[in-house]
Design a protein around this ligand. Sequence first.
Ligand code: FE2
Ligand code: FE2
Length: 229
Amino acid sequence: MSCCHVLDLRLRPQGLTPSMYLYPQLRELRPGTRLRIWSPDEPTLLMAQLQNHLRHALVWSAVTDGQGYLITLHIRSPEEALSLTDTMRRDHDDMDYALVAALEALRDARPGVAVAAMTRLDHALRVHILIENELLAPLTAHCAAEPTALMRREHDDILLQLDAIAEACAGGDQAHELDIWLSLLAASLNKHEFREETLLFPAWERAVRDDAGRQPLLAEVRRRLAAAS
Ligand SMILES: [Fe+2]
Ligand SMILES: [Fe+2]
C-alpha cells in the first residue's frame, strides 16, 4: 500500500461498520506505512476503537474541509516511542483485557485461572495508580485541580475494591462473591479510565511535551510500567 493510498469510508461494502472495514486492512500494514482515510464523520471515536484493537500503534491526525475529514496516519515504527497518553492508554487496555479474562474464567468455572489473572491485574493496577498519584497528578495539581482530586478519590475506592478482591481470592470457594467484586471493579474502571483519558491525559501530555526537563519523568513512567508487566 503506497504512501498516497486513500481509503474512502463512503465506498466501503454495505453492512460493514467503518472499524470493521478498516481494522483488517490496518493490521496488515508494516510499521512506518502511511495511509490516508476519507471519513464523512468526525473520526475521534472511530480512531479510539482502532487504537484499542491495534494497541495504540497508530499515529494519526485529521483535517476537515467542512464536508468530511481527511485522516492521515501511519503505523508507529519500533524506534518511534509511544507518547505519554498512548503509553497510559495501552496500560488501561491491558488491564481491561486482564479483568475480562478473569471474569470469563470465573464464569467458565475455572476459578484458579481467574485468581491467577486477578493476581497479575492487582499488581499492575497498584503500580498504575502509584504512577498516576506520584508522578503524573502533580503535573495538573494547579491547572486541573478538580479532575486530579477526583482521580485520587477514585484511586482510593479502587484500592479498597482490590483489597476486597484479594480477600475473596484468598477465601477459596467464594466464586459468587468474587464475581460481584470483579463486576464492580469493571464498572469503576470503566468510568475512571474514561475520565482520565478525556480530562487528564491531554493535560499531562502537554505538560511533558512543553517542558524538556520532564523527559526523565516520562522515562520513569515507562520504566515502572515495563517492570510491572
Ligand atoms: Fe487512575
Ligand atoms: Fe489510569
